[in-house]
Write a protein that binds this ligand. Structure first.
Ligand code: HH2
Length: 255
């Protein structure tokens, strides 16, 4: 899954694809590089980010979603109206960092036949990195996701439409992120495909001990390790490099 943030302030590609024509070109380039899905977002959810009004999100994302019609497009939003309008414009997946907890989100997804990614986040982007605490991070994140899957099923969203994501960097310390990463395979017991988003995240900078250093090699390594731990969808900025790493792994095999 290729990340396409049509935002001025996303932590990694903010500003680069804020222009509509630029965003459309980047989406096409990612497909050409081998992305299977383009994940289009109009609101940064980086730590400390403030919400973007729905009207402004729609202005940012709708022309880009419409232009990618015919290719698999996911809309990265927690706002039900943005979900509905992006689905009407041709998106076939909703990727929600709030796991459809905003009132009206379950109904927006249930009314469509789209796929959905339910992600775990503790708190909100504005506050999530203020000393998050867990007694058993893997158990708590899994229980949260299982609860959201049950809520989806009650709302009429079939399990076959659902993907789950532990939400790396969303209300977690480095130790929490590493524990989740090490034990990512345990999410397989939920019986649903797992998505992992580690690309260029600050947890990689923390591992490297350098906040400004390029995170490409670390991101590709993280994607490969996530795939080896069973992740079925990798949410990444660098498509070609990630594809190359996966190709080598797949050619060698897992034996
Ligand atoms: N991470 C980000 C945004 N959406 N969705 C899922 N399912 N999983 C993730 O890990 C995830 C996500 C944050 O990354 P990015 O979109 O690159 O930055 P920003 O939120 O600043 O736009």
């Amino acid at each position: 899954m290729g990340v396409l943030n049509v935002t001025p302030d996303s932590f990694s590609d903010g500003g680069r694809n804020f222009d509509t024509a630029q965003a459309i070109a980047r989406g096409r380039a990612m497909l050409a590089e081998g992305a299977d899905i383009i994940d289009i977002g109009g609101e940064s959810t980086r730590p400390g980010a403030q919400p973007v009004p729905e009207e402004e999100q729609l202005r940012r994302v709708l022309p880009v979603v419409t232009a990618q019609r015919g290719s698999p497009v996911s809309i990265d939003t927690r706002h039900p109206r943005v979900m509905r309008e992006a689905l009407a414009a041709g998106a076939s997946m909703v990727n929600d960092v709030e796991a459809l907890r905003v009132p009206g989100a379950l109904e927006a997804v249930a009314a469509d036949g789209c796929a959905v990614c339910l992600m775990h986040m503790r708190g909100s982007p504005a506050t999530m990195q203020h000393s998050p605490e867990y007694t058993d991070v893997v158990g708590e994140v899994k229980a949260f996701l299982a609860g959201r899957v049950a809520a989806c099923e009650r709302a009429g969203i079939a399990r076959r439409r659902i993907v789950v994501d532990p939400g790396f960097g969303f209300g977690k310390t480095l130790a929490h992120n590493l524990e989740l990463f090490r034990r990512l395979g345990e999410f397989g017991t939920l019986g649903l495909p797992v998505m992992a988003g580690l690309s260029r995240k600050s947890l990689l900078a923390a591992i490297l001990g350098d906040p400004v250093r390029d995170r490409l090699a670390a991101s590709v390594t993280a994607a490969l390790l996530a795939a080896q731990r069973g992740a079925r969808i990798l949410r990444v900025h660098d498509i070609r490099e990630t594809r190359d790493a996966l190709a080598v792994w797949q050619a060698v095999g897992i034996a």
